[in-house]
Design a protein. Structure first.
Length: 109
């Protein structure tokens, strides 16, 4: 079984090359001035809430799973669906996310 061409290309990317992410994710900023390392939480929040699958593959390749796990829990603006996805895929308890609160996501007893 052959892998999709895009996936194969992503595997060959150099880790030091900045990911070429979808332009619609950063409509409000100058992407040439974006520091992907200092603003990792911001980049990941945009990718996971509004990005396409290819964007996710690119940030996984650039940042690595452990860095993503460390950064996404800092986000205070994840919607419920994104939070659930990140919790499952990256094996992070929902309670570890800064955006998780009993008031927002759990019904009161």
């Amino acid at each position: 079984m052959t892998k999709p061409l895009l996936y194969t290309k992503l595997l060959l990317m150099n880790d030091n090359i900045l990911p070429n992410l979808s332009k619609h994710l950063f409509w409000d900023i100058d992407m040439d001035k974006l520091d992907y390392d200092k603003r990792a939480s911001f980049v990941l929040e945009r990718v996971f809430t509004m990005g396409m699958q290819e964007d996710e593959w690119k940030v996984n390749k650039y940042y690595g799973k452990e860095c993503i796990r460390k950064e996404v829990i800092k986000s205070k603006a994840l919607d419920k669906k994104t939070l659930n996805y990140l919790s499952i895929f990256y094996e992070i308890p929902k309670e570890d996310f800064a955006c998780y609160t009993k008031d927002l996501f759990q019904k009161s007893s």
